[in-house]
Design a protein around this ligand. Sequence first.
Ligand code: SF4
Length: 277
Amino acid sequence: MATKGSMKTTRRKASSGGTGSRRVVDASKRAAVQPSPRGRESAAKRAERALLLSERLAEAQPKPVCELDFRSPFELLVATILSAQSTDKMVNRVTPALFARWTTPAALAAASQEEVEAAVKQTGFFRNKAKAIRETARILTERHGGEVPRDQDALIELPGVARKTANVVLGTAYGIASGVTVDTHAGRVSRRLGLTKEENPEKVEAALMALFPREEWIDTGHRLVLHGRYVCLARKPDCARCPLNELCPSAEAPPEGPWPQRAERERKKIESRGEAE
Ligand code: SF4
């Protein structure tokens, strides 16, 4: 996990590092676990299924990444605030010029609202976002010595920062497992997989935190986000080629081929940012 001191000067994709640690799935449980209709699965069965889902997701995404570009925790924090109601692709288009012009929290705090609005306009909701990142930069400068705090409570006090953003920053920039990142993709995938019925992201997160061990929280968040972005799409989930198919109560088509083959396809698709088929 990169920390500020080890950040490279070239822009890069963030990797949570992919711990590579796998929980061992008992063979008898592997054979017995099947998805149950929603609401009719015991907590114990759901926990066993979560273990198998975790195994398959880890195969499909050995080193899950946050797709926002950043070179420091500060850049990741700003990029994550800008990603609300936008796409990582769009944010990555905007941030190189933004961070080239205002290189530190102090510089961004001193910038005019109008100039920052123009710089982030393409990400949408630009007035609020410009205000939030300027104010965040000011608080970092005045209260945290220009550093991004490694503490969830302190992060959540910043404008434009809720639990999701705090989890992304702590997990991705510092390797601190403060929770499971739940965005719109992770929420949808979790519901389709029958891991929760909740719509509220914080309730979804609580369900995931109970199902997965703490050491898997960071990677699990990234994996669910990426699985939703590239395979379990909102309008057209690719169930036939999904490696989780046999374990998913929402599968809309029978699986094509063995799951490791489907996992390999997901890995290639994500690594190529959706170009590989
Ligand atoms: S089987 Fe379909 S609904 Fe279930 S996780 Fe995979 S793509 Fe999503």
